[in-house]
Design a protein. Structure first.
Lengths: 121, 254
């Protein structure tokens, strides 16, 4: 059933958020540390386990794929609720810092990737 | 008319589905027919979203973009953190564990590099604009990481609310710029495989910017970038008000 897939996704999401929150609390900071990342790892583990055991019915998988297909629309809605007006009114410091901090790491990306490939075991 | 408005306001999330569907339909139409797929439809849709956000903020003076218009408030639910993270997690369904094996250190190195670089760049810009207090420098440097690290750091080091506002703005500008220019330069910087997407997520860190930018570049790369980016804000909140701030007080006095 489709809802099984959605429920598996929900379980991974919630457990991951919980791990992220605990990790944040453990480090003494008021932020979720990697909650989404842990959720994704859990989903991948669950997915490969179920694939191996042939437990993943197509309808069940459909419940997860439905959400990953809605991903871009959700991102579009997210861009529509950003505080763009504030970003532009934050003054020159904010705008220049925001632009430089995007462009410099972006230019460095190929070098970082190459460096890591060379060091890779 | 009032009845229609009532219905729209009461069913916010459903209205958001309709409006977002409309934006995507129009964007793909423009991409196909007018631009001959030179710019992907998803990129046009995301830019349209940002424009609407600006209009919403300019018209209402609020902070939630288009969602400040009452009958469009459902956009705030659909585009809020819960739906965003839920949808991002679901994209991991297409990732195979084998591809990630042994890449953990790539993520860690790019994250540390990304946070340090963002902090230093933000701090240098603040310095060149005449900020000297280590509290202000740390807060703006943290804002250059993400718009969450900025206020968290500002609150921790007790910076003024004006400086915190600047730090949030810097973070928001970053997420907007990342969204806009990622698809433009993706090919030149070799952003076309899972590993470089992971490094990119770690260097940039803004989950919304990385996710939207990669979605507009190649949706298959999204889970890899999001995976590392999700650790950026937490690590930034950890490092900026502590280690980085202490280093700044050493150089600039407290």
């Amino acid at each position: 059933m489709t809802i099984y897939g959605v429920a598996i996704l929900a379980a991974c999401y919630l457990i991951g958020q919980w791990i992220g929150a605990e990790l944040g609390a453990l480090l003494g900071i008021d932020a979720n540390v990697g909650g989404v990342g842990f959720s994704m790892l859990l989903l991948m583990l669950a997915n490969s386990y179920m694939h191996r055991r042939k437990l993943l019915a197509p309808m069940t998988e459909g419940g997860i794929l439905f959400w990953s297909n809605l991903y871009i629309p959700v991102i579009v809605a997210m861009s529509a609720v950003q505080n763009v007006a504030a970003a532009l009114s934050g003054g020159a410091v904010a705008i220049i810092a925001g632009i430089l901090v995007t462009i410099i790491p972006m230019v460095l990306l190929p070098f970082v990737v190459r460096l890591m490939k060379r060091k890779a075991p | 008319m009032k009845l229609i408005m009532d219905i729209l306001t009461k069913n916010g999330l459903v209205v958001a589905f309709l409006v977002t569907g409309g934006i995507l339909w129009l964007s793909y139409l423009i991409s196909d027919k007018i631009l001959r797929k030179k710019i992907p439809g998803s990129a046009i849709a995301i830019v349209t979203g940002l424009l609407l956000a600006y209009v919403g903020g300019a018209v209402t003076g609020g902070s939630k973009g288009i969602a400040d218009i009452s009958w469009l408030s459902g956009m705030g639910i659909m585009g809020g953190a819960m739906f965003r993270d839920f949808a991002i997690v679901s994209t991991a369904q297409g990732v195979h564990l084998e591809e990630l094996r042994g890449t953990g250190w790539v993520g860690v190195v790019s994250l540390l590099l990304g946070i340090t670089m963002s902090f230093v760049i933000g701090m240098l810009v603040a310095l060149s604009f005449g900020y000297h207090d280590p509290k202000d420098l740390a807060t703006i440097g943290a804002g250059a990481c993400t718009f969450i690290v900025g206020p968290v750091t500002g609150a921790a080091v007790k910076a003024s609310s004006e400086v915190i506002a600047v730090s949030i703005a810097a973070g928001v500008v970053k997420s907007v710029v990342v969204t806009l220019i990622t698809p433009v330069f993706a090919r030149q910087i070799g952003l076309n495989n899972p590993q470089s997407a992971m490094v990119y997520g770690g260097l940039m860190g803004t989950t919304s910017g990385v996710a939207a930018g990669l979605a507009a570049t190649d949706p298959k790369l999204v889970p890899y970038g999001a995976m590392t980016a999700t650790f950026f804000t937490g690590l930034g909140c950890l490092l900026c008000p502590s280690v980085f701030y202490l280093i700044l007080t050493y150089f600039f006095g407290s």
